[in-house]
Write a new protein. Structure first.
Length: 535
């Protein structure tokens, strides 16, 4: 009969207690020198083999798809995956790890996923999501992964850069002090933008938000500026029209278009602004100046909300997840004016946000307003009243201010905001038919002429020197004797006159020169011209 486990244990214990070694521990074994030499040789040989060792078997971290659909996948088994890491699915399809949970990974798919099935194997790549960067991208239309969409052949990049990079620290930055000219009088005079600034363009749909951004890009010709236009959730036909306008004005020579259209899956819309910023950072850290337009972040936030809800993240206000503020802050904080020690490059961000019925207190608008350095608010009523760009001077602001203006513009436009504010208050009061005195009447005439001067047609940005001369004529009252309908004719004639007869003076203004003598010279020229024009 087999011995029970209890009896077996007792027997072994007894044997251990009764054990007496036959060999004393003090006894020594004498090893011959030949054996010792052979041992040393074997150890040295093993060390050499270990140094040259190449494993014949490659160990891979492989997971399994447990859920697939709507642009997201649940993967089980990848224990060492990193946040934001690219994962390879069957058929050369890539996804990006977005949610790292205890028992599974929430992954967003970056392409069509029709052929992916539950049970498919998923492999780690060991690479954080990257995009190609470099000179080869300038003039091209690409998707958020850097793949060409314009049919002009493959792109050979200078390098690859992670879509989400570190934000420059305070020590790595310097004050924003170089103007970024938009070519729009209402912006350059009232809400100036500097290189390295983040200026929000906000307003209802169809109020000219994209038009401001495109005019700004067109105005960067010969300004040593690389422009990146990120289209997020726009119709492909609309973006095609924008690209054609950029080509028509020669702006595609210094522009990269990153397109994630409305037909693309939500993960591509989510990735697009980060990819565009990474492309711009390459130039910024090489001492270049970059303008990045995000059109628009409202659709970007909606795409992120869609992904978050599909990944079972808890919804908060308006259905957005709790980290939606971080979504945009880690994007826009990458805009900076770098210190001279890092090359002095800059990345200027122009995010666009769409409001509903002018409600700037909604969740996404308030978030982005708090992140940026000012906002340009476009008002629907002004747009339909013919004031284009339809900028509301009362709400629009730039927290950089005069530091982002050339000296002549700063001097000329110093009283412009006050004149416009007083005009709009008086105009609202006098519409009830009240009698007005002579002083009030003059203020109304001055304000009406200034407002007319600030109107500007699309795709016609104006050089800074020409803006200064025209605004000087309006602020100093040289247009007050003209009928409102003749203001635009006066503006065109004055610019032509200055170009033909005072080109050197215009060049000095463009270089930022302005003193009392120059002001008197400009005053005499404008006075003489206005008198001859009125005759």
């Amino acid at each position: 009969m087999a011995m029970s486990s209890e009896r077996l244990g007792t027997s072994i214990k007894q044997r251990i207690e009764d054990y007496h070694p036959t060999v004393s521990l003090e006894s020594r074994v004498v090893i011959p020198d030949t054996i010792r030499d052979l041992t040393d040789e074997l150890v040295a040989d093993l060390e050499r083999r270990l140094v040259r060792f190449e494993p014949g078997v490659i160990v891979e971290d492989i997971g399994t798809v447990t859920l697939i659909g709507d642009g997201i996948a649940r993967v089980r088994g990848l224990r060492h995956v990193m946040a934001g890491e690219l994962l390879q699915f069957p058929g050369q399809l890539f996804g990006m790890a977005l949610s790292l949970e205890e028992d599974s990974i929430g992954c967003v798919l970056l392409d069509a996923f029709d052929h992916v099935r539950e049970g498919d194997q998923v492999r780690r790549t060991g690479r954080i999501a990257q995009v190609p960067v470099g000179e080869a991208l300038i003039g091209r239309v690409v998707d958020p992964l850097g793949r060409p969409l314009d049919g002009e052949g493959p792109i050979v990049p200078d390098a690859y850069r992670s879509v989400e990079g570190p934000v420059p620290g305070i020590v790595d930055r310097q004050n924003v002090h170089e103007p970024l000219q938009t070519g729009l009088k209402a912006i350059d005079a009232l809400t100036p933008i500097g290189r390295g600034q983040r200026e929000l363009i906000i307003g209802d749909r169809q109020t000219g938000k994209t038009a401001i951004a495109i005019d700004t890009i067109i105005n960067q010709k010969d300004q040593d500026m690389i422009c990146i236009y990120v289209a997020i959730g726009q119709k492909a036909s609309t973006v095609a029209g924008i690209i054609e306008k950029l080509r028509e004005h020669g702006a595609m020579e210094y522009t990269i278009v990153v397109l994630a259209s409305a037909a693309d899956p939500a993960p591509m819309l989510y990735l697009a602004p980060y990819a565009g910023t990474a492309m711009g950072e390459y130039f910024m850290y090489n001492g270049r100046h970059v303008l990045c337009v995000y059109d628009d972040l409202t659709k970007h936030a909606a795409a992120y909300r869609e992904l978050s809800l599909l990944l079972r993240r808890p919804p908060g206000r308006e259905g957005f997840p709790g980290d939606v503020f971080y979504l945009h802050s880690r994007l826009l904080e990458r805009a900076a004016k770098l210190s001279d020690g890092l090359g002095g490059g800059s990345l200027t961000a122009l995010p666009i946000v769409e409001t509903q019925a002018g409600d700037v207190s909604a969740y996404i608008p308030t978030n982005v307003i708090s992140i940026t350095d000012g906002q340009i608010f476009l008002e629907t009523d002004l747009f339909y009243a013919g004031q284009r760009p339809a900028i509301n001077v009362g709400i629009s602001v730039s927290r950089v201010g005069g530091d982002a203006q050339i000296r002549p513009m700063r001097r000329v436009a110093s009283s412009l905001r006050l004149d416009l504010s007083q005009y709009r208050e008086l105009a609202a009061f006098t519409q009830f038919g009240a009698d007005i005195d002579e002083s009030t009447r003059k203020q109304l005439i001055r304000g009406e002429r200034i407002q007319e001067v600030l109107k500007q047609d699309q795709y016609q940005p104006m050089p800074a020197a020409e803006q200064v001369v025209v605004l000087f004529a309006a602020v100093q009252g040289y247009l007050d004797r003209l009928e409102t309908e003749r203001v635009k004719d006066f503006e065109r004639a004055l610019i032509g006159f200055m170009r033909s007869n005072h080109a050197e003076l215009m060049e000095r203004i463009a270089q930022g020169e302005w003193d009392q003598a120059m002001e008197e010279e400009v005053r005499a020229i404008v006075r003489q011209f206005s008198e001859s024009f009125a005759e």
